[in-house]
Design a binder for this molecule. Structure first.
Ligand code: IMP
Ligand code: MG
Length: 207
């Protein structure tokens, strides 16, 4: 690409690229193929949680060969980015009824499994015809809810905090077209994320 720096400063905060955009795209196509086959005569409702799974959901649904609908929930999880408490509060519910529908919960990453577990209980209580999980990333090392069944899994990743392709650290880095490991000095708070102005830094003020 000439004359452009599409990733900008944010990419310099990444220590290591784990999954390139091309690798993600190829795997999303595989998953879409499997879902298309499994739901051949059905039209599932793909449900995602704002905002991390949005990039994955839009790419996945565009690669499907079956008619689907999409809907969103919004939640807050208590605890820091790295230490989840498992206590979740619903900020926005689905717009549509799911009773009797085939529901596919599309997640960005399953870590402890507590968020997905909470959402599954919430959705199951509304008697969908079926309910399955599709997650782009699975990081099984800190799994607390170990009974979680994952029907579709993009990648198993190492025990590192990752950002990009929808995943954030304090709302930064979602727009990166790859998934990477954040530098330790940023995770520790020693250095602010590229989009955040260090206090008193003149470069930070927009012209
Ligand atoms: P769980 O409840 O521990 O499984 O956490 C799931 C949620 O935590 C995900 O949907 C993400 O929003 C967030 N999360 C977990 N790990 C990461 C990560 O490595 N990077 C960014 N967000 C993460
Ligand atoms: Mg987040």
């Amino acid at each position: 690409m000439t004359g452009r720096d599409p990733l900008g400063a944010a990419a310099r905060d990444i220590r290591e690229v784990l999954l390139t955009g091309d690798e993600i795209a190829a795997r999303v196509r595989d998953l879409a193929g499997a879902i298309t086959r499994d739901y051949a005569d059905r039209s599932p409702l793909c449900v995602s949680v704002l905002k991390g799974a949005v990039y994955f959901l839009t790419d996945l649904t565009r690669a499907l060969g079956i008619p689907v609908q999409i809907d969103f929930m919004a939640i807050t999880s208590y605890g820091s980015a790295r230490e989840r408490s498992g206590v979740v509060r619903l900020l926005k519910d689905l717009d549509v009824e799911i009773t009797g529908r085939h529901v596919l919960l599309v997640e960005d990453i399953i870590d402890t499994g507590l968020t997905a577990g909470y959402l599954l209980r919430l959705l199951q209580a509304r008697s969908p015809a079926s309910l399955r999980i599709c997650t782009l990333l699975d990081r099984p090392y800190r799994r607390i809810l170990d009974t979680l069944e994952i029907a579709y899994r993009g990648f198993e990743i190492p025990d590192r905090f990752v950002v990009g392709y929808g995943l954030d650290y304090r709302e930064h880095y979602r727009h990166l077209p790859f998934i990477g490991v954040l530098r330790d000095d940023i995770l520790s708070g020693e250095t602010p994320p590229a989009g955040l102005a260090p206090a008193g830094d003149a470069r930070a003020s927009p012209a």
